[in-house]
Design a protein around this ligand. Structure first.
Ligand SMILES: [Zn+2]
Length: 255
């Protein structure tokens, strides 16, 4: 695979993180989902992470998330992003895998995915956390990861912007830094709110010659006011009605 990458330095860093994650998970003092004393995730909250894929599309891009961004699911994602509990990526893997499977099946059973491309996160978020959530998630898919997207300009914080403003905010904000040459790519993000960022990521990849299967995420925010995730129950409603109430906490992506 021409895109596969890695070095002994990243390998060592990976081993160190793995050891820390195992220790964090085993010796955590409380559950990230409900606060009950004990492990990083109690059995009840782990059960809340059983995938229930929600599917929609925006701007010609298929989107799928493994869970609704609410309750335990939202608490676990926040624990990763705000408290740095990267050990909790592991119990979220099935949700992302389910979303990937939905998109792959739609494209035809034999459809291959050459690379997963994480949505880029702001430099400020990376400095604060020391890791990029979409990258860790992308790695968990077992598909070669290609960090091909770079921001072309500063993006305003997406929080507080409505759907139209979000699309305008990220329009032409990303660039693929290499030619796709027809490689089949899947965009990966942690949480989909309006889909504006994923749609922009897909646009940039297609412009560079990638074939984009869609975008997969761990969770998607419920439709504003309805309390239900978009696309649930087989309806493929546009998420253009999704407004505000946004989990994203940085310029473009909380990553
Ligand atoms: Zn719990």
């Amino acid at each position: 695979m021409p895109f596969a990458s890695g070095s002994s330095v990243t390998a060592r860093a990976g081993v160190r993180r793995l050891i820390r994650e195992v220790a964090d998970f085993a010796f955590a003092s409380e559950c990230a989902g409900c606060g009950a004393p004990g492990a990083a995730l109690c059995p009840g909250c782990e059960a809340a992470l059983v995938p229930c894929p929600v599917r929609t599309h925006v701007g010609g891009v298929a989107l799928c998330a493994g869970l609704a961004f609410e309750g335990v699911q939202a608490s676990v994602l926040r624990a990763i992003k705000e408290d740095g509990q990267t050990s909790l990526i592991r119990p979220l893997r099935p949700a992302l895998a389910a979303a990937v499977d939905v998109l792959r099946e739609e494209a035809g059973a034999a459809r291959r995915i050459d690379v997963v491309v994480p949505v880029p996160t702001s430099r400020a978020a990376f400095r604060r956390r020391g890791f990029r959530v979409p990258d860790l998630l992308a790695r968990s898919t077992g598909i070669p990861v290609l960090r091909a997207l770079v921001p072309t300009r500063r993006i305003r914080d997406q929080r507080g912007l409505d759907e139209r403003e979000r699309h305008r905010n990220v329009a032409d904000a990303l660039l693929a830094d290499r030619a796709g040459g027809g490689a089949v790519a899947l965009v990966v993000d942690d949480v989909i709110t309006t889909g504006a960022t994923c749609a922009e990521a897909a646009r940039a990849l297609r412009a560079a010659g990638f074939v984009v299967l869609g975008a997969a995420a761990v969770a998607a925010t419920p439709r504003h006011g309805s309390g239900r995730p978009w696309g649930v129950g087989g309806t493929r409603r546009s998420i253009l009605a999704d407004l505000a109430g946004d989990p994203h906490d940085t310029q473009m992506n909380s990553g």
